[in-house]
Design a protein around this ligand. Structure first.
Ligand SMILES: Cc1ncc(C[n+]2csc(CCOP(=O)(O)OP(=O)(O)O)c2C)c(N)n1
Ligand SMILES: [Mg+2]
Length: 570
């Protein structure tokens, strides 16, 4: 009879999982056996992607799901493999990314009572009281397989949680004896596990919101992750163009609004100053944002009317959260924007007022665009991040998918890559660094025909576990271009310290323990781990030819390429 582990593989296959990012251990003999058996008998199972580090496994599943919307599986070893998932758990939870994590549990028998009973010393050492407690706060659903007989039901229930808004990761465990249990072949669970349908706005809310926007003098939309739906992007463009509404991105983790469009007013992150467009707005509609502004530095004016639409308006997992919205709606952005456009079709609007607003925002948009191109000019051989990003934009083209983990250069990458297509740029959506390498692999596996370009700070490159990333990129034919914005260390913590202590000892100190001098050979690390092509670029005139060469090698030789680009030190 097949084992519970074989049923788990079948359940994942039936649930549409393509990849299992796996880091195996003594909890997994039944799985290793079931995989070998499936292969020997030609039974379809997801592709197993051996992942030497769990953080990379989870980041790869994260990237895959960001691009496709589909949860992939991550298999890890008991409680210690769960801990090594580390910050990738936080990232998936904060980014609301669906994925499925399975970890074994140490055997619960030691005298040979059941198949799978303890036979290795480590099984006493890895036996803990509450393994699920390690990640429970971050998981949308967690459970333990207690028998193989309902494993398909539990898997499908977990997947339903993962894929229902707000989406997120789920965590399942199973002890060795349970995963060995022989079970009769289980029927396919079928298609009756749909994600919850997207929630629309109440019709009265669509009317109220459109009414407020159409009456405003300077209406603005602020968004961070509305671009997870291409339909939402299209509907937002239509609404904003019709009514003359400016669009501001705050900490964008998606392509939310085409940069070329006239209503686009830029993006803010940790900018230490007030955003002028936000300061002017009299009606502010926040759609899908976790941090629309930072009130101690940058906020709407006191009399602005703030409205809020979100898939997760309470920010239920965040203890302190407030944006002074007078009305807040739980709704799916794509549905809500479609309804607002439909309401406009019926109700009409004052075209002269809309044109006046459009003119205002278009003028600001054009001035901003001119300023951005000015920043890209090279004055000498110094490579500025703006210059580097402009070279990349010209070379990688519109088809590429860009990953942004530029940290103090997040905004530079956003401004100068200036993406226009939905799903063409991503940030992790979380705060634990190192997502970009694994995520690039996940995206390349999901879309092998696309060019994947991961732009990373040097610190974030080190956090990404490049030895594992580049080994996986070669082993699984997932080549991508990675560009290290090398400012010789961590610039962000310096910014943080000086923002609170502008005139303290730190402001005068020569060394804040944030430097990575002497600089590691980042391209060499990738070459050693995965045969990646690498170049170190120190002169502005070398950048564009270097990018061209890296893209050529990546495409022709199907190997990853790492450009270590020396910027002025942070
Ligand atoms: C896992 C993790 N550890 C530490 C931090 C704190 N942190 C935030 S930004 C940063 C520096 C990142 O360095 P780099 O990628 O080189 O970007 P730069 O600041 O130089 O632009 C650090 C250490 C974090 N966010 N996540
Ligand atoms: Mg750095």
């Amino acid at each position: 009879m097949p084992s519970a582990s074989a049923a788990l593989l079948d359940a994942l296959t039936e649930a549409g999982v393509s990849c299992i990012f796996a880091n195996f251990g003594s909890d997994h003999p039944a799985l290793v056996e079931a995989i070998a058996e499936a292969r020997a008998k030609g039974r379809a199972i997801p592709k197993i992607i051996t992942s030497p580090h769990e953080f990379v496994a989870m980041s790869a599943a994260h990237g895959y799901a960001q691009l496709t919307g589909h949860a992939q599986a991550v298999f890890v070893h008991v409680e210690c493999g769960t801990q090594t998932l580390g910050g990738a758990v936080h990232n998936a939870a904060r980014a609301r990314v669906p994925l499925f994590v399975f970890a074994g549990l140490s055997p619960f028998t030691q005298e040979g009572e059941l198949r799978g009973a303890r036979n290795e010393f480590i099984q006493w050492i890895q036996d803990v009281y509450d393994q699920r407690g390690i990640v429970r706060e971050y998981m949308k659903y967690n459970n333990e397989f207690r028998t193989g007989r309902n494993i398909k039901t539990i898997v499908r229930r977990a997947m339903q949680f993962a894929h229902s808004d707000p989406q997120g990761p789920v965590y399942l465990t199973g002890a060795r004896e349970v995963m060995e249990e022989e079970v009769p072949s289980l029927p396919e669970e079928g298609q009756y596990w749909p994600a919850i349908e997207p929630s629309p706005l109440a019709e009265s809310a669509a009317a109220e919101l459109v009414g407020a926007l159409a009456k405003a003098k300077r209406p603005i939309v602020v968004t961070s992750y509305l671009g997870r739906s291409a339909d939402a992007v299209r509907s937002l463009v239509r609404l904003c163009e019709r009514l003359g509404i400016g669009v501001l991105e705050s900490v964008p983790s998606r392509m939310n609004y085409p940069h070329r469009e006239a209503m686009y007013q830029g993006n803010h992150w940790n900018h230490p100053f007030q955003n002028p467009a936000l300061a002017e707005a009299d009606v502010v509609l926040v759609i899908d944002s976790d941090v629309p502004w930072i009130p101690t530095i940058n906020r709407p004016r006191a009399d602005a009317a703030i409205f809020h639409i979100d898939i997760d308006p309470l920010k239920a997992s965040t203890p302190l959260w407030r944006i002074n919205a007078r009305r807040t709606f739980r709704a799916d952005a794509a549905s809500a924007l479609l309804q607002m456009n439909a309401y406009l079709d019926r109700a009409g609007y004052d075209e002269a007022a809309a044109e006046a607003r459009r003119r205002f925002w278009r003028d600001k948009h054009e001035r901003r665009a001119a300023e951005i191109s000015r920043e890209e000019e090279a004055k000498d051989e110094t490579i500025t991040p703006e210059y580097l990003t402009a070279c990349l934009r010209r070379q990688v083209g519109d088809e590429a998918i860009v990953l942004n983990e530029g940290i103090t250069n997040y905004h530079v990458i956003c401004d100068h890559m200036a993406r226009n297509e939905p799903h063409s740029i991503f940030a992790s959506g979380g705060g634990s660094l190192g997502w970009n390498g694994g995520a690039a692999i996940g995206m390349k596996l999901a879309a092998p025909e696309r060019t994947i370009v991961a732009l990373t700070g040097d610190g974030s490159y080190m956090f990404s576990v490049p030895s594992t990333v580049h080994w996986m990129a070669r082993r699984y034919q997932a080549p991508f271009l990675q560009v290290v914005y090398n400012n010789r260390g961590w610039k962000a913590p310096k910014f943080s310290a000086l923002a609170v202590h502008p005139d303290g000892y730190a402001s005068r100190a020569a060394d804040l323990d944030l430097s990575f001098e002497p600089s590691p050979d980042y391209a060499g690390l990738a070459a050693a781990a995965g045969g990646a092509f690498g170049l170190t670029l120190r002169k502005a005139s070398d950048v564009e030819p270097g990018v061209k060469e890296a893209l050529r090698v990546m495409r022709e030789e199907k190997r990853a390429a790492v450009l270590d680009v020396w910027l002025p030190p942070g």
